[in-house]
Design a protein around this ligand. Structure first.
Ligand SMILES: NC(=O)c1ccc[n+]([C@@H]2O[C@H](COP(=O)([O-])OP(=O)(O)OC[C@H]3O[C@@H](n4cnc5c(N)ncnc54)[C@H](OP(=O)(O)O)[C@@H]3O)[C@@H](O)[C@H]2O)c1
Length: 434
């Protein structure tokens, strides 16, 4: 442990985020020391390949090591900052660092969403803190807002755009009326999307972040594998056009709501009213709109990824833990309290209530509309608006906006409708936020 007014830090990883952390700590060293009353010293950096060329920052080669276990065991390391990603090695090294009594900062949403209970449990038992601001929405300090800013409030619901790649693709499709596959290929060329974009466009990355947000908001453990998750790849350009005609924009949303006995958490593209603040969150930007009892609505917006925005969150966590370390040494109570957890189940998707956008492809003959309406009505799905697009041919598009209905009822109605011989192909179903 450091004895002077310094905090000894080990970085695990010197990639995009790790490089940004080194850069920010160096560039802002004076201001950080003034704010913390102590110096933060990076004393070791674990990497896979110490000889790698073209790192985002130059570091003293003597700091680099491939021996992660020796790095985290060093006496002069107070805080271990996990920036390697993934869940297997990251989990192993974080638990090992905790067992050595090290404070933890991580940017790893997958680790916390999948193994949060184990990591926080081990940290609690060892009396160390785990900070993870960068794990959700990169540079947007949403974790701090939920943990501290709204500590006296009660979150009722939240809606978030937490995956920049999906938001970039849907925003660009809306703007250019382009096809999903072509825009995804552009996004990969521009570096907005990974070579394997499955986690982003399939909603898995957003589900990880939602599990973390919902657990924090509602004081329960949300099992990420139980979150209903739908990607953006089913959204066709024609849906964006119809949505616009009805006064909506389609956004990749995460939604969480407190139902008392149960928690609602879901990930899917949704029609957002064009006059909502979230409708204006475009490109790769992230935002979370929170509805809480005392404050009412509030929104948090900014860069959800990138070297410096993400590193900024990591370094702020390091400073916060630095303060905690000095508070403890001065005999103060442990500043970060254990997370209160009362297990509550997730509401099954069939029981959620929402308004729906339904698009049917039908043959051009009289009476078809009536058949669709009859089936929907028989399943308690009432209609707000219907448009039969007379310009569309083979199939003719019928677009229906429903009043609020139960998802299970809508799905059963679609099951019946899809089998009608006047219907060509499965119906498109999108949920409407609100
Ligand atoms: N990039 C973003 O904008 C962003 C935003 C929010 C959160 N995050 C999260 O931040 C974390 C890091 O992301 P990144 O973009 O910085 O990743 P990255 O560029 O791929 O960097 C990963 C780093 O970890 C090192 N590493 C990997 N496995 C290792 C091992 N077994 N032992 C030692 N070092 C190992 C690599 O070493 P070598 O350099 O030698 O290969 C590399 O320096 C991830 O959890 C990610 O989800 C990233």
């Amino acid at each position: 442990m450091s004895t002077s007014r310094t905090i000894g830090v080990a970085l695990l990883g010197l990639g995009n985020v790790g490089g940004g952390v080194v850069k920010l700590l160096a560039e802002n060293a004076e201001a950080i020391e003034a704010r913390l009353g102590a110096r933060i010293e990076v004393r070791a950096i674990a990497v896979r390949d110490p000889d790698k060329a073209n790192r985002v920052v130059d570091v003293d080669k003597k700091l680099l090591s491939t021996d992660v276990d020796s790095v985290i065991a060093r006496d002069d390391i107070d805080l271990v900052c996990e920036l390697i990603g993934g869940t297997t090695e990251a989990k192993r090294v974080v638990l090992a660092a905790i067992s050595h009594g090290k404070q933890i900062v991580t940017a790893n949403k997958a680790l916390l969403a999948e193994h949060g209970a184990e990591v926080f449990g081990a940290a609690e038992a060892a009396g160390v803190d785990v900070y993870y601001e960068a794990a959700v929405c990169g540079g947007v300090p949403i974790i701090r807002v939920l943990r501290e800013g709204l500590a006296s409030d009660r979150v009722e619901a939240l809606w978030g755009i937490v995956n920049g790649t999906s938001n970039y693709i849907l925003s660009t499709m809306t703007e250019t009326h382009g096809e999903f596959a072509a825009i995804l290929a552009d996004a990969q060329r521009l570096g907005y999307a990974e070579a394997d974009p499955t986690l982003d466009i399939g909603g898995g990355d957003a589900a990880h972040k939602l599990a973390i947000l919902a657990s924090l908001c509602f004081g329960t453990t949300v099992d990420v594998s139980q979150i209903p998750t739908f990607g953006i790849d089913s959204v066709a350009p024609i849906d964006l056009t119809y949505a616009e005609k009805f006064g909506y924009v389609i956004k990749p949303l995460v939604i969480a709501r407190d139902h008392g006995e149960a928690i609602e958490a879901r990930v899917h593209p949704a029609l957002v009213p064009a006059n909502w603040l979230l409708a204006d969150v475009n490109g790769a930007k992230n935002a979370v709109y929170v509805q809480s009892y005392a404050l009412g609505p509030s929104m948090y917006y900014g860069a959800g990824a990138g070297m410096l925005p993400t590193a900024m969150s990591v370094v702020s966590d390091i400073i916060e833990i630095g303060r905690n370390i000095y508070a403890r040494r001065a005999g103060g109570a442990r500043p970060q309290r254990p997370r209160p957890v009362a297990q509550r189940p997730l509401l099954p998707m069939a029981d959620i209530r929402s308004k729906y956008y339904l698009r049917f492809g039908v043959v051009d003959q009289p009476g078809v509309l009536g058949q669709l309406m009859t089936v929907l009505g028989a399943h308690h799905v009432s209609i707000e608006q219907v448009v039969q697009d007379t310009k569309s041919k083979d199939p003719v598009h019928v677009v229906v906006l429903t009043h609020e209905a139960r998802e299970g009822d809508v799905k059963q109605a679609l099951y019946v409708i899809d089998k009608l011989n006047v219907v060509k192909g499965p119906a498109q179903i999108l949920r409407i936020a609100g």
